[in-house]
Design a protein around this ligand. Sequence first.
Ligand code: GDP
Ligand code: MG
Length: 441
Amino acid sequence: NLSDRLADTFTKLRSKGKLSPADVDGTVREIRRALLEADVALEVVKDFTGRIRERALGDEVNKALNPAQQVVQIVNEELIGILGGQTRRLEFAKQPPTVIMLAGLQGAGKTTLAGKLSKWLKSEGHTPMLVAADLQRPNAVTQLQVVGEQAGVPVFAPEPGNGKGDPIRVAKDAIKEANRKQYDTVIVDTAGRLGVDAELMKQAAGIRKAVDPDEVLFVIDSLIGQDAVQTARAFQDGVDFTGVVLTKLDGDSRGGAALSVASVTGRPIMFASTGEGLDDFEPFHPDRMASRILDLGDILTLIEQAQKTFDEEQALKTAEKFATDTFTLEDFLEQMQQLKNMGSIKNMLGMLPGGKNMRQQLDSFDESEITRTEAIIRSMTVQERRQPKVLNGSRRLRIAKGSGTTVTEVNALVNRFEQAAKMMKTVAKGGTPQIPGMGPI
Ligand code: GDP
Ligand code: MG
């Protein structure tokens, strides 16, 4: 699968000090495939990977401690950038009511969103009103009324039996009503078609002109796939919008539409709709979507943890201690604690590309063993930790009692430490620093 493939690519790169143009091209190819699989539009993919390639061949990567890691970070950074960087909030009018108009294809989720948005605004202390300006479908007004009732928000609709009615007229009247009744936000639901349609665009543009909205939200189904770009462009040209709402993110979508729409329109994605219920709704977070699109979640978490815990400097310092035979039980304890800080070691290794071998070694090793080891070392004096050679029988007995363990366990630890130190010394002379404590456990 995709995340495995990226992990493989990442592993291949990890062992390299420098990235050759061929390495970069290989990685860019994988990213390209990942994006296409996530249904990002081809033109957007080309543009995006072009920029990644350029940056990956540049100085920031060349000079990085870990070039591969730097590339992954660049990809993530660029994705978040295109998706708008930070979460963009609704802009409220200085002079209420704030008018929010919804536009998009039929079935995109506009009416549902109207309900969600109004319920959310109400919970934030606003006094919203819904406007039924979709007079196209026979039951569209009723649908909005049902949603309004669920949200506990009033709905402005044309009188029943008033024929098809004029949505522009309804919208205008609604604003007057909002002023009269002092609602502070007005959400205008509009009609959509199954496909982009000139008459529909004209109507939406007319409503926009009539109500002069503070926000026009383009609502788009995240499952739309490769049609995202064409649809978004049509609505941008026909109505124009200030922000995007992605719906049906609870489905299988990898969210590629988000990247396509944000990229070609330059408009921020403001909300995500994640279900049919009125509460399935949240402000959009570019960083989360970036992880979803690239499936990089695990890899990025791993990098962060690895960075925090085993930074390169630390590893080199340890290697040097091994090489010069100055690695003590105190250092051993410190390493143990770092391991513990990482949370579950097995999980960590599971995330690590190529961590399978290590994981097998660790299958017999549980974290409570670290705790016991820690207890034993803590029961030692500073001198004993630094020079395990002084540990005679009576000292070992004292330590076992102090740590609630047995002399056998204390002996085992000391032996293991000595073996590890010996082995690591050999390894260190060969120049490959390894994670201490993980070898001959
Ligand atoms: P409109 O034509 O744009 O007004 O779309 P509707 O609001 O009527 O929604 C069309 C269908 O999609 C309805 O069956 C909704 O229940 C459903 N729907 C809307 N938003 C979501 C969502 O975020 N997730 C899921 N699973 N379904 C949604
Ligand atoms: Mg509708």
